[in-house]
Write a protein that binds this ligand. Structure first.
Ligand SMILES: [Ca+2]
Ligand SMILES: [Ca+2]
Ligand SMILES: [Ca+2]
Length: 532
């Protein structure tokens, strides 16, 4: 930072501090609802300099300072001129990459654990695991119609990472399944904590549990509804839903496979209707102490643009899960459009502005993943056979700070039409690990883009790897759940155990404090643990 810049920042902070002390106004009811989130950000304070450096990339400097005036702690503000640290005031602190989501709820609360899709769970990872239980007694199956053909689907599919969290002295495992229900299961016993919540069609993807401690789960279904369910009463209750066609114009379809995010009382959700939705939740508790919401759709946008439709036609949807890093919301669609939207002014009422656009050439169902340097990793399918897919490859590292030329490196893997990547990339040390539809698992040096190793598994491998304590847990389509040792990252991982299920394992594992929770297409959710 230049001396002049530092001087400007110092002066601005000083002026705002004085202003804040003189004009400190009563908090609005919105701020009261926001309070738990703000407190959690306060306690994860970051060095002052790095906060400003990171926010300047996406947010105008003034709005960053403006938002500090809402921090409701006077003692903090009075010491700002001489303080070296202040809380991160943007949406997602880049320093949270690879860390648990907030500090209110202990657990894995969304697909890949955090808004940067980079937190995989907490060990220890079992080293000689056995099936502790499987849920339920009868297989989770139902009929669903795809392209006019009704078929029975069973178990848990892509992306299918259960939410696992601690609440009232219990470990809760919450997930949607192909029986069309959302399940609330005790992690220790495998019994139901609450009755199932039945939707009208299969539930794909991974649910999201409220990170601020409200007893709420956010989940889509193939029945075209995105729902908010409460889990603080005798049975789960639907408090709100959004139908895929409540917004317009839409494209392609009406399912909700994407795993939403909740930050500062806003819900960020992508739909197969090909739109992106931001909902102000207005979470609270009613007079009986039960959780309540008063959701308000504050913004939605097309996940496509005219250039994309000209390139791939209008059969586009969004199935991957949104990523938020700093003040930028990223999402990708089935036409291969990767977008970044600046949400820095959203809480002050400004609409998001698109600041990043990159065309990956084909369907991106894999969720975008960020690293600690703000790079974005993209897994791309090869279905359309576009020229672009041949030019840029199927596994991409993008640098969003270079919007005109973001491609850092890429790996080509398109043996035939209907190949490429469905699983979400996983970062471990210097590696990014990416399974492909064909059953290859690539270990790529994420700095150089060189392939360190490729492992072969019975495909299709759609299971997104979960890596905790150097052990990678993933499934293959022969029905195995595998534990693979990554301690020698230059070489192919070594299998240290496997547990067989009765169907393809395309879901993703949740690793939490000695247990692994993972679904199979055989109809069941498995809990694996070391024997006592
Ligand atoms: Ca549907
Ligand atoms: Ca879908
Ligand atoms: Ca797709």
């Amino acid at each position: 930072m230049s001396g002049r810049r530092r001087l400007l920042i110092g002066s601005a902070v000083f002026i705002l501090t004085i202003g804040f002390l003189v004009f400190r106004s009563p908090r609005t009811s919105d701020e009261v609802i926001d309070a738990p989130a703000q407190e959690s950000f306060l306690s994860t304070a970051t060095p002052f300099v790095s906060t400003l450096q990171s926010t300047t990339t996406a947010t105008p400097f003034v709005s960053t300072l403006q938002s500090t005036t809402t921090v409701p702690v006077v003692t903090t503000t009075t010491t700002v001129p001489i303080m070296k640290e202040k809380p991160y005031t943007g949406w997602v602190d880049p320093r949270s990459v690879g860390k648990i989501w907030g500090n209110v709820v202990e657990g894995i609360l969304t697909f890949r654990g955090s808004p940067t899709r980079s937190w995989h769970g907490e060990g220890p990872v079992p080293m000689t695991p056995e099936v502790a239980w499987r849920f339920p007694d009868d297989r989770m199956c139902s009929m669903t119609t795809v392209h006019g053909i009704a078929q029975e689907w069973c178990g848990i599919g892509w992306t299918g990472q259960p939410a696992v969290f601690e609440r009232d002295g219990r470990t809760w495992v919450v997930f949607g399944a192909y029986d069309g229900a959302v399940h609330f299961v005790d992690g220790v016993s495998g019994g139901r904590i609450l009755p199932d919540f039945q939707t009208g069609d299969i539930v794909k993807g991974s649910v999201t549990v409220d990170p601020d401690g409200f007893p709420l789960v956010y989940t889509g279904s193939r029945d075209d509804e995105l729902r908010i369910l409460s889990f603080d009463r005798e049975e789960p209750v639907e408090l709100w839903s959004l139908h895929a066609y409540d917004v317009s114009p839409t494209k392609w379809n009406n399912d909700w496979d994407s795993s939403p995010l909740v930050l500062h009382d806003y819900l960020f959700a992508a739909g197969e209707n090909s739109r992106f939705h931001i909902v102000r939740l207005h979470r609270s508790y009613d007079s009986e102490g039960l959780v309540a919401v008063r959701p308000e759709l504050v913004w939605d946008t097309a996940g496509w643009d005219e250039d994309l439709l000209a390139a791939v036609g209008d059969m586009v949807s969004i199935e991957s899960s949104p990523l938020i890093l700093g003040d930028v919301l990223y999402f990708a669609n089935s036409g291969g459009l990767v977008q970044g939207w600046d949400i820095g002014g959203l809480r002050e009422g400004s609409d998001p502005k698109r600041i990043f656009r990159y065309w990956a050439g084909d369907d991106v169902d894999a969720t975008l993943v960020a690293d600690e340097e703000g790079m974005i990793y993209v897994g791309v399918e090869y279905e359309r056979g576009t020229e672009r897919s041949h030019q840029i490859g199927q596994i991409l590292k993008l640098d969003p700070s270079r919007p005109d030329d973001p491609l850092v490196w890429s790996i080509e893997d398109r043996p035939h039409l209907g190949s490429g990547v469905w699983a979400t990339p996983a970062i471990y040390g210097d590696l990014v690990i990416v399974p492909t539809d064909e059953g290859k698992v690539h270990g790529i040096n994420r700095l150089s883009g060189e392939l360190e190793w490729t492992m072969k598994l019975p495909g299709p491998t759609w299971s997104s790897p979960t890596i905790v304590d150097g052990i990678m847990v993933m499934g293959d389509c022969s029905g195995r759940i595998l534990g693979l040792d990554l301690s020698n990252p230059k070489f192919e991982p070594v299998k240290i155990w496997e547990v067989k299920t009765g169907g393809c394992v395309e879901a993703s594992a949740a690793v939490w404090r000695g247990s692994i929770y993972m679904g199979s297409r055989d109809g069941y959710l498995y809990a694996l643990r070391d024997p006592n």
